[in-house]
Design a protein around this ligand. Structure first.
Ligand code: VG1
Ligand code: CO
Length: 553
């Protein structure tokens, strides 16, 4: 191993920080935690040390991609990473102009430019700012989030780190495209939109989408003052010819305008309001901080992420040129509704069930076992990259609406009539005392063996277990991925603690009840027995003082 040994490379002594274990999606902490001297540096050095062997001990011929969602500390972090990557001997660095690259765009750049890996700076849908959240995530050469084998190696490095490497060099001008040398490393500032747009163009028929807008189709896209603003303006307003003003909150801001860049009915309030009423546009959508999540709305109509995934799988072959050969398979995370399973069955393809987090889809996509995947947390994607992809989902929906000539609501109602409906909700309890939440989960887990046969929510528990996943491609097993409780009437409750939060614990309760009733029932009413049954079972009020969720999606 020969990292660059130019005169200006410095070895800085350091000591491990506690708790640098990547969670569901990278390392997320309060911004001020990341701003401590050495904190970011330790993690980045640990990543390099953990993956150096995968580069045969030498990064010289290798390319690293770096970009982020523009949140507070993005630029400073990128300058730090540039110096460290140079000191560690990378041959080339590709950095998004302005420090900007959405998560799916990083994936696209890694794949198209055959990079060795990438670092994404984001805490996704978490709020940004000096008192909010920051994050960093490593993606491997397939363009996807590092699998657990790699994140665990990174974590091990963070626990024993004694030094990091950097180089004496001024800041690189991130505003100007072009290349500059830092040490022996060629740093390229690239157009953050180019690779991503090219991938979209390969999949979708831009001409017919453009014609659809020309024919009067109206939409609103809320970029939530986060990273998808420039992407959506370029693709939807620029390439597809939607009128100016179609994209709202299109400027990425360091604090996202003080909002949570989380595309759900609570946080995308302006969009939800403007999508209501007879004059509302035909279609509404939003993406999260780093551009991998999506919210899909019709006029006065909300599409659940589980239904969106199922609808995309149902129509992909007939409505989107990139999938005209059909789907090889589908995949969803365990807590995600089973709506897509029924589509897969109809299509005669397999549907895989994975733990929460996009990293678990990587092997299935690489092996060609799945073409589309999704999570209940507003994440959908396909084999075009190795991340979930918010704008991709939006383009899928525009394609479906254009081809079928139906409204969003008609598409979903027709789907329910044909396949039945998974009535579904997720209840989040945020900011819980971490020890109390852990104790509660431990208690539930212990009682699982004796739950079967006991009454719950006007039914009886048929099965209860902890989800465990064996990857069909590499055989690795991941344990303790959430508690599943299945009832005799076919309903399901899933419980897990969040792995992306930065303060206290967040309990997620996922409720699902299937009915082949054309989708006509009221979701809250239909789920009411499950809702109260679970709250009682967990004794939420007693433990935490309230049993009302902080966010309901
Ligand atoms: C949440 C979601 C999960 C998603 C993850 C990252 O994780 O539940 O489905 O993959 O966020 O999404 P958790 O562990 O908090 O439940 V993103 O858009 O934050 O990169
Ligand atoms: Co995200």
């Amino acid at each position: 191993m020969t990292p660059f040994r130019g005169e200006s490379v410095q070895t800085v002594q350091t000591k491990p920080f506690e708790g640098q274990r990547p969670g569901t999606s990278g390392l997320r902490k309060k911004t001020r935690v990341f701003m401590q001297p050495g904190y970011l540096e330790n993690f980045v050095q640990s990543v390099f040390d953990a993956v150096r062997a995968d580069a045969d001990g030498d990064f010289r011929g290798r390319t690293l991609v770096v970009g982020g969602d523009g949140r507070y500390y993005n630029r400073e972090a990128i300058q730090t990473i540039i110096r460290m990557a140079a000191a560690n001997g990378f041959g080339r660095l590709l950095v998004g102009r302005g420090g900007i690259l959405s998560t799916p765009a990083v994936s696209a750049v890694i794949r198209r430019r055959e990079a060795f890996g990438g670092l994404v700076l984001s805490a996704s849908h978490n709020a940004g700012g000096i008192d909010e959240d920051f994050g960093i995530k490593y993606n491997t050469r397939n363009g996807g989030p590092a699998p657990e084998s790699v994140t665990e190696r990174i974590y091990a490095e963070t626990q024993t780190i004694t030094r990091y490497l950097t180089i004496r060099h001024g800041d690189v001008d991130l505003e100007r495209e072009g290349s500059v040398r830092v040490g022996a490393t060629e740093v390229f500032v690239i157009d953050p939109l180019e690779d991503y747009t090219a991938v979209m163009e390969e999949l979708f028929d831009f001409d017919s989408l453009r014609a659809h807008f020309k024919g009067g189709f109206r939409m609103l896209f809320d970029a939530m003052s986060a990273v998808t603003g420039p992407y959506a303006r370029h693709i939807i307003e620029g390439r597809l010819g939607a009128p100016a003003g179609t994209v709202i909150n299109g400027e990425p801001l360091p604090d996202f305008g003080g909002h949570h860049p989380d595309p759900n009915l609570v946080h995308a309030a302006e969009l939800v309001r403007r999508m209501s009423g007879a004059d509302a546009p035909d279609f509404g959508a939003a993406c999260d901080g780093d551009g991998d999540r999506n919210l899909i709305l019709g006029r006065d109509f909300f599409v659940t992420p589980g239904d969106s995934l199922a609808v995309i799988a149902q129509h992909a072959r007939d409505c989107i040129p990139g999938y005209r050969e059909g789907l090889a398979g589908a995949a969803r995370s365990m807590p995600t509704s089973t709506a897509v399973d029924r589509v897969a069955e109809r299509l005669g393809i397999r549907c895989y069930e994975t733990p929460t987090g996009w990293k678990f889809f990587g092997n299935l996509l690489d092996a060609g076992l799945a073409t589309v995947c999704g999570e209940e947390s507003f994440g959908t994607g396909s084999n075009h990259v190795r991340e979930k992809d918010g704008l991709w989902a939006v383009l899928c929906w525009i394609s479906i609406l254009a081809k079928t000539g139906k409204s969003v609501e008609e598409v979903v109602r027709d789907h329910w009539r044909e396949f039945g409906r998974s009535y579904y909700q997720r209840h989040d309890y945020e900011g819980l005392d971490a020890a109390a939440a852990a104790e509660m989960m431990a208690g539930v887990t212990e009682s699982l063996a004796s739950l079967a046969g006991t009454p719950l929510a006007e039914s009886t528990v048929a099965r209860a277990d902890e989800f465990e996943y064996t990857d069909p491609v590499d055989g690795s097993t991941t344990r303790r991925q959430g508690v599943r409780i299945s009832l005799e009437d076919g309903s399901r409750v899933v419980l897990r603690l969040s792995g992306t939060g930065t303060a206290g614990a967040t309990l997620r309760v996922y409720l699902e009840r299937f009915r082949d009733d054309g989708g006509e029932s009221d979701v809250t009413e239909l789920l009411a027995p499950l809702t109260s049954g679970v709250r009682e079972m967990l004794r939420l009020r007693e433990r935490f003082g309230t049993d009302e969720p902080t966010v309901l999606t």
